[in-house]
Ligand binder design. Structure first.
Ligand SMILES: [Zn+2]
Length: 322
């Protein structure tokens, strides 16, 4: 009889630690930390009181010598600075992720507010009929003082065997994934998830970037993957067949791109596009992440020449399909 996923993880010596996210959405209620050896973990959870309490129940961070961070988002790297400062843990993460964390952390609140206001203005969030947008709450990730850079092809020799680093992109600047060939395991962070397609959004400070192109290229690389492989995701339960999930994620982005393209038959602002993309009504409050996601879709359509953009007399971007 084939082994269950739980049996295979046990045989590999891999353990899952569930940490709280404080979110109502069931697919985002927890963040996973993966223990890949007695003293080695992947990701840390958020930097908040609930997570510190959960860590106490899970045996604490004091015995951890090495933390491999898939990416710099606060739910994955939140306690890395604390583990380094308090217990001297080594933090392994790609340099591009650390630099992104450092840039956001260094920005003053006035600077942050200015960057956000400019971004939202350009997308029509302050024009008449647009729903007011509320910022995401929560403090940014505190960058750890030092890190050991993860690079493509690097092999980590751990209690649970050899784990090869491979780099992704799209959900964040340069996330790391880990492949264990002997046990057919793949740690994906947030690049491949069991339920909804990973968040892909434009960062306010880099409004013309095309992160969706990075995500689509990344997912394309996993199309033909051994279905026997078990994915250890950043959120939700482990699952097999990463190729099938990658295809479902790609189809989901394609559907959203098609919706934007259809809605842009007449010149339209990003703000006016939101009801076609998300469950929001025209003029109703939205979240900054809705704008970030919609901008990523628009930028991708512009890069492929399917949509054009110009500024109207108020300086707000108008988009129209070609
Ligand atoms: Zn993330």
């Amino acid at each position: 009889m084939p082994q269950t996923i739980e049996q295979r993880l046990k045989a590999a010596g891999v353990e899952r630690i569930l940490l709280p996210m404080g979110m109502a959405d069931p697919s985002m209620s927890h963040v996973n930390v993966w223990r890949l050896g007695a003293q080695v973990i992947v990701d840390t959870g958020k930097d908040d009181a609930d997570t510190r309490t959960a860590w106490q129940h899970a045996g604490g961070l004091s015995g951890v010598t090495d933390i491999i961070c898939t990416h710099g988002h606060t739910d994955h790297m939140g306690l890395a600075h604390y583990a380094l400062q308090t217990h001297g843990a080594r933090i392994h993460v790609t340099t591009a992720e650390i630099e992104a964390v450092q840039r956001v952390f260094a920005r003053s609140s006035a600077e942050k507010a200015g960057v956000r206001a400019r971004f939202l203005h350009d997308l029509g969030a302050f024009s008449s009929g647009a729903g007011p947008s509320s910022p995401l709450s929560g403090a940014p990730t505190v960058p750890p003082a030092t890190h050991l850079p993860l690079v493509e092809g690097q092999v980590l020799d751990l209690d649970t065997g050899f784990w090869r680093v491979t780099l992704g992109g799209g959900h964040s600047k340069c996330p790391a994934l880990l492949v264990n060939e002997a046990h057919a395991l793949l740690v994906t962070g947030d690049q491949v998830l069991p339920d909804t397609a990973p968040f892909v959004g434009v960062s306010f400070a880099d409004p013309d970037a095309d992160p969706l192109a990075d995500m689509i290229a990344f997912l394309g690389r996993w199309n033909d993957t051994d279905p026997h492989i078990i994915v250890l995701p950043g959120h939700g339960d482990p699952f097999s067949d990463p190729g099938r999930r990658a295809q479902a994620h790609l189809a989901s982005y394609e559907r959203r791109l098609a919706r934007v393209w259809t809605a842009a038959e007449q010149p339209i602002t990003c703000a006016k596009l939101l009801p076609a993309l998300f469950r929001v009504k025209a003029g109703q409050p939205v979240l900054d992440i809705h704008y970030a996601m919609a901008a990523a879709l628009l930028n991708n359509l512009m890069a492929s020449g399917k949509v054009e953009r110009w500024r109207d007399p108020d300086g707000v971007f108008r988009y129209r399909r070609r």
